[in-house]
Design a protein around this ligand. Structure first.
Ligand code: ASP
Length: 591
């Protein structure tokens, strides 16, 4: 193996072009590919920036050429050579450096590599586990590295934009108390306080509020948060938020700052020009029209409520749903009357995974309505449904019936599935939508109590404070979410800044005064000592980058992600620990 000695690189592997002809240069990188053409050896040398072809010609330098014979994939090299124009028929317009090659005069082999466990120069099917186990190899691939580069650009844009807008980046503790965001905590036992535990933050929510009480006025942090939840494609046990909080503001101030930040991020990371202000929609309207509080509004198929139209109809299933306080809603799948029985069965199976018990449908044909259920409806009902849904021959009506939450979710998911199947979602479009006027609380049937829709520190609508004691479910909050293409990418609220209001909200949530004092006494106390009006928002960086890079999973935009089972195949975390470590922590496991 050679040592680098005094040799220093002059250019990256993505820099050289016709402007550099005849220059002597030094490049360093990895062997991506090696080709032997009748004695002349061609190496594609790769670094983070790109690829340059380097050439070993036996006639030019026999020793160096002989040495180059040993080179294999992923060996690490330094080469000194002369930039030459490639023969015209060998130019590669796809490469930025494709017009030139470097004729090598000196070769240093800085390190060798065993054959990598999967080839890095082609996109072959490799198990996710193997890729994560060798994440550092996977990241050598330009498309994976590109995601991290874009992420860096996005985060830099955030830092610059917020700093220019008078925000201070302030760190908050990782070892802290539970911060209720509705998930399970990751706990850390305290050695010096036996039997006591820190919680890793689910978000810096209370600290950022305390920073407002400390007079910091504008805070932000690019911060890791931890939530011990069941994982899905777009969740990780640890994830990054762009977290911010502002004093003396209302909703519109925060929305304006957030829009400017998102605009800066899209420009910096994707060279995409956005045009804020973004549209707004109330929570009620979103749920009514799209069945969800994060609607993808890039296509139609809106939900139509047929509950009143069909009250007392001849179809028993709908009738009993309506009699039991449920709803019947439907979408007009335009032009989908051509769906086969199998297509419909498939859709019904899909709907079932969201709790649908069967999926009623009607095909609109030139010669009438065709469906196993159309015979149950009167001519008036058919006319009213047709008008409400705006059907024409060739359309397909899909129904969702049940408790409102189930019918809405089923149709919301069917809508998305239809759009995917029909290819209605245009790639490269960015549809932003603010959702406002959320309910403050929702009733949890299982737990038999109210829980916060956003979090317990969100301010109720000021005109509805009286309702807190009498009919909390009707109270709206001052929360807002930002939705992009049907994904919630951020959410926040104006906060409660008065102790009496905070205590009332705790009471609605079933948090007794003693418990409130025990868990949140420090916040309640701070609210009595001159807390300014304040509010904030947090954006999920991983999800945002997933959308910006067009990736399928947030794992693609995280340097060292975890598997769906919250494990790290690279370091083999989580791992067993010594009994001694446990006894030091006063833990006595019996597993
Ligand atoms: N802490 C909230 C969250 O993590 C965001 C906020 O209210 O600012 O979702």
């Amino acid at each position: 193996m050679d040592s680098l000695g005094a040799l220093r690189r002059t250019h990256t592997c993505n820099e050289l072009g016709p402007d550099h002809l005849d220059r002597e240069v030094i490049l360093m990188g990895w062997v991506l590919r090696r080709r032997d053409h009748g004695g002349v050896i061609f190496i594609d040398l790769r670094d983070r920036w790109g690829v340059t072809q380097v050439v070993f010609n036996p006639e030019r330098n026999a020793d160096v050429h002989a040495k180059a014979h040993r080179l294999r994939s992923e060996w690490v090299l330094a080469v000194r050579g002369t930039v030459c124009r490639r023969p015209a028929d060998m130019e590669n317009p796809k490469l930025k450096t494709g017009a030139i090659e470097v004729l090598v005069n000196e070769l240093l082999i800085l390190n060798v590599s065993e054959t990598p466990p999967f080839p890095l120069d082609e996109d072959i099917e490799v198990s996710d586990n193997l890729r994560l186990q060798y994440r550092y190899l996977d990241l050598r691939r330009p498309e994976k590295a590109g995601n991290l580069i874009m992420r860096h650009q996005a985060v830099m844009a955030v830092r610059n934009y917020l700093s220019e807008n008078n925000f201070l980046e302030i760190e908050t503790p990782m070892l802290t108390r539970s911060t209720p965001e509705g998930a399970r905590d990751y706990l850390v036992p305290s050695r010096v306080n036996p039997g006591k535990f820190y919680a890793l933050p689910q978000s810096p929510q209370l600290f950022k509020q305390l920073l407002m009480m400390a007079g910091m006025d504008r805070y932000f942090q690019v911060v890791r948060c931890f939530r011990d939840e069941d994982l899905r494609a777009d969740r990780q046990p640890e994830f990054t938020q762009i977290d911010m909080e502002l004093s003396f503001v209302g909703e519109e101030d925060i929305i304006r700052i957030a829009e400017g930040m998102i605009q800066a991020v899209f420009k910096a990371a994707g060279n995409i020009e956005l045009q804020p202000p973004f549209n707004h929609m109330t929570y009620d309207e979103a749920v009514q029209r799209f069945g969800t509080d994060r609607p993808d509004t890039r296509f139609g198929f809106e939900l139509v409520d047929l509950t009143e139209t069909l009250r007392g109809c001849g179809f028993k299933v709908f009738n009993s749903v309506i009699a039991g306080n449920g709803v019947v809603k439907a979408i007009n799948a335009k032009g989908c009357a051509t769906f086969s029985r199998k297509d419909l069965d498939n859709l019904a199976d899909y709907a079932a995974t969201f709790g649908a018990r069967g999926m009623a449908w009607i095909k609109i044909r030139e010669d009438g309505w065709q469906s196993p259920i159309s015979k149950f409806f009167s001519a008036d009902e058919i006319k009213a449904m047709g008008e409400a849904l705006g059907v024409e021959p060739g359309d397909l009506i899909l129904f969702g019936a049940g408790p409102a939450a189930v019918a809405n979710q089923v149709l919301a998911e069917l809508r998305l599935e239809l759009a995917r199947r029909l290819g209605l979602i245009k790639e490269g479009t960015y549809d932003f939508l603010w959702i406002t006027d959320f309910p403050l609380v929702e009733y949890d049937q299982k737990e038999k109590r109210y829980s916060a829709v956003h979090h317990p520190f969100t301010a109720p609508n000021e005109d509805q404070l009286d309702l807190l004691a009498t009919d909390p479910a009707r109270v709206k909050s001052r929360a807002y979410d930002l939705v992009l293409n049907g994904n919630e990418i951020g959410g926040g609220s104006i906060r409660i800044h008065r102790r009496d209001v905070q205590e009332k909200v705790f009471a609605v949530l079933g948090i007794e005064p003693a418990e409130a004092q025990e868990k949140f006494g420090f916040l309640l106390r701070a609210l009595e000592l001159g807390a300014p009006p304040h509010g904030g928002i947090a954006f999920g960086v991983d999800r945002l980058m997933m959308i910006l890079t067009g990736s399928d999973s947030i794992r693609d935009v995280i340097a060292f992600p975890k598997t769906q089972k919250a494990t790290c195949p690279l370091t083999d975390a989580p791992a067993a620990v010594d009994r001694k470590q446990l006894t030091d922590l006063s833990l006595r496991p019996d597993w």
